[in-house]
Design a binder for this molecule. Structure first.
Ligand code: ADP
Length: 184
């Protein structure tokens, strides 16, 4: 049973690696950013509530993402494992997730910290060209990452759940390092 949380700055390659690994393991890749962008495209209630936050690089309110993660993890395909990408992004969300996983009997999760230096991630994001990938919004997302999300590295290290992978290498090398750390 594989339950993994991917941590790391925007542009570290979380999405790509999470998708590849989830494909290999045949488990769902759950990206809160993807779910929010899809909801924005469809202009659902969730999308409309989230769009100003997403487009300016701010975190959307906890309640919105917590509800969507809770709903998603209760789907039948999540019973066999999952990779969470983009959640949790702050300590309050991590505490929520811990409690949720216990409640739905899905504990035993491990956390992969995919690390890469600032100049590398900014360069990658600028060439990706998503709507929230303008220089100003990228800078804001990195600030939010440092302030809100980075503390989760210590949070999960303290709970002995943390694995670290070097994101500053080729996509293929990240994939094989990742395979190694999760099976060792
Ligand atoms: P990246 O990894 O490039 O930062 P994501 O696709 O993970 O991009 O997230 C895009 C945006 O979606 C974030 O900047 C934020 O506005 C919103 N978002 C995604 N996940 C969360 C979350 N767990 N809590 C709050 N906001 C979130």
């Amino acid at each position: 049973m594989t339950r993994l949380i991917f941590l790391g700055p925007p542009g570290a390659g979380k999405g790509t690696q999470a998708q590849t690994l989830a494909g290999h393991l045949n488990i769902p890749h759950i990206s809160t950013g993807e779910i929010l962008r899809q909801a924005m495209k469809e202009q659902t209630h969730l999308g409309i509530k989230a769009q100003n936050y997403v487009n300016s690089g701010e975190l959307v309110p906890d309640q919105l993402v917590q509800d969507l993660v809770q709903e998603r993890l209760k789907q039948p395909d999540a019973e066999n494992g999952w990779i969470l990408d983009g959640f949790p992004r702050k300590v309050t969300q991590a505490a929520f997730l811990e409690e949720l996983l216990e409640r739905i009997h899905q504990s035993g999760e491990r956390v992969v910290n995919l690390d890469a230096p600032d100049d590398v991630v900014v360069e990658r994001l600028l060439t990706r060209g998503r709507k929230d990938d303008t220089e100003e919004v990228i800078r804001r997302r990195l600030e939010v990452y440092r302030a809100e999300t980075e503390p989760l590295i210590d949070y999960y290290r303290d709970r002995q759940k943390l694995l670290t992978v070097n994101g500053n290498q080729s996509q293929e090398d990240v994939t094989s390092e990742l395979q190694q750390v999760i099976t060792s």
